[in-house]
Structures are given as structure tokens and as C-alpha cells.
Design a protein around this ligand. Structure first.
Ligand code: DX5
Ligand code: ZN
Length: 228
């Protein structure tokens, strides 16, 4: 599959949890490609966010696909909760899953889109055996757990390494980057081969989330036009 568009996945982690529906409506109207939902368990990452009941509720208020990023231990046992709640895409961490191949197959078998993620300190080689099983690879460009952190520059090299690895393997998962994405950082990631971008603080931390998302996408599109 060729990925020749910039896809935006605004993260509701930085939205006002008291009125999530309003935040989602704003980015849906501005053309969000996914709604990125950060699930944290207080074990795999030092923060606790939302779970299956909230995902079910969100599913009822938007037609935009829910891109569920599981930052949790025990995925092998709890995965069905998220699939049943209506996740359209489920991304799991290689660092957190024991039977990664089985989990990715289960996501596909349930009719959802499987993704795998690597933390900043995790080498790309660790996901080599499952690249053909996923629709998306998520490169974490911050240490997961919190919104509003600074982009880790070495992530750009990692995106490029992943893109090369995928070419060599003859696979083409969508490359997503998550953490510290802004109009300043997106361009380098696009040049390295990423096409899908999670942005939390740079969207929902702004007075007009729709306009903020549009501006980040435009910066990504400018970078894309320079290389194509
Ligand atoms: C971090 C989450 C991110 C987070 C990104 O652990 O996975 O999705 O919301 O937030 P920003 O864009 O503020 O770095
Ligand atoms: Zn995330």
C-alpha cells in the first residue's frame, strides 16, 4: 500500500476530559483521519487514563476511526475488552506483550487493524518478525505516559531506519509518530518516511484545536511536496 497523504490522529489525552465529545467534534470537523485514544494502566506507564467504557462512549459520538494506543501490561488477557468496545485500530507495545504474534492476529481476526509500537529505547529489529502482520508501526518520539513532552530527536533516524527495513522486507505498514509532534517537528519525520501523526498538546492545548491540527498537517504536506 502506498502512503502518499499526511494523516492526522489527534490525541484526546490533552483534551478536556469533562467534554470529550466537544473536542472530538472539533477535530472531526477539521478532517481528523483518526481519533487517537491513549489507554494507560499505571503499570506499563506511570499514568492512568481511560478504558473500555470510555471507548464505547466515544464510538457513539464520532464516525472517525478510533486509533487505540494500549500502553498497558497484560494485553494478552485484556485485548477483547478494547475490541468489543469498538476500537477500529489497536496498537500494542512490543515491550508489553508476551505473545505478540498471537495478539496481532487476534486484532486482525476481530476485524480491527493491528499496529505495533516501540519505545524510544527499543530497537526496530525487535519487531522485524511481525512487520508483515501489522498495518501500522508506531514510533514513540517521547517516553510514553504523558502529553506535552519534548520530541526526542533521535526518533527521526529511527523512522528512517524503519522505512529502510520495510523496503528491504517488501512490506509497507503506515509509519506513525507519537510524541512532541508540532508544525516544527513534523517535517523531519515526513522526510524520514512517516505519514501518520499523533498530536495531543499541539492540538487540544490550543484555543482552536481544528485550526491547530490543520496547521500541523499543512507543515507535513509542505515537507511531503519537497520529497515527491
Ligand atoms: C504519550 C501518548 C501520546 C500523547 C502525545 O504517552 O502516547 O499519544 O498524547 O502527546 P503530545 O502530542 O502532547 O506529545
Ligand atoms: Zn499515544
Amino acid at each position: 500500500m502506498r502512503h502518499d497523504r499526511i494523516l492526522m490522529a489527534p490525541s484526546i489525552l490533552s483534551a478536556d476530559f469533562a467534554c470529550l465529545g466537544d473536542g472530538i467534534a472539533a477535530v472531526e470537523a477539521a478532517g481528523a483521519d483518526y481519533i487517537h485514544v491513549d489507554v494507560m494502566d499505571g503499570h506499563f506507564v506511570p499514568n492512568l487514563t481511560i478504558g473500555p467504557p470510555v471507548i464505547s462512549a466515544l464510538k457513539k459520538v464520532t464516525r472517525v476511526p478510533l486509533d487505540v494506543h494500549l500502553m498497558i501490561d497484560n494485553v494478552d488477557a485484556t485485548l477483547p475488552w478494547y475490541l468489543d468496545a469498538g476500537a477500529d485500530a489497536v496498537t500494542v507495545h512490543v515491550e508489553a506483550v508476551t505473545h505478540l504474534h498471537r495478539v496481532l492476529r487476534s486484532i486482525r481476526d476481530a476485524g480491527a487493524s493491528p499496529g505495533v509500537s516501540v519505545n524510544p529505547a527499543t530497537p526496530i529489529g525487535l519487531i522485524g518478525e511481525v512487520l508483515s502482520e501489522v498495518d501500522m508501526v508506531l514510533i514513540m518520539s517521547v517516553n510514553p505516559g504523558f502529553g506535552g513532552q519534548s520530541f526526542i530527536d533521535s526518533s527521526v533516524r529511527k523512522v528512517a531506519e524503519l522505512a529502510e527495513f520495510c523496503d528491504a522486507e517488501g512490506v509497507s505498514p503506515l509509519i506513525q509518530v507519537d510524541g512532541g509532534i508540532t508544525g516544527e517537528t513534523i517535517g523531519r519525520c515526513v522526510q524520514a518516511g512517516a505519514r501518520c501523526f499523533v498530536a495531543g498538546n499541539a492540538v487540544f492545548g490550543q484555543p482552536d484545536p481544528g485550526a491547530a491540527m490543520h496547521a500541523i498537517r499543512s507543515a507535513g504536506e509542505r515537507a511531503l511536496s519537497e520529497i515527491s
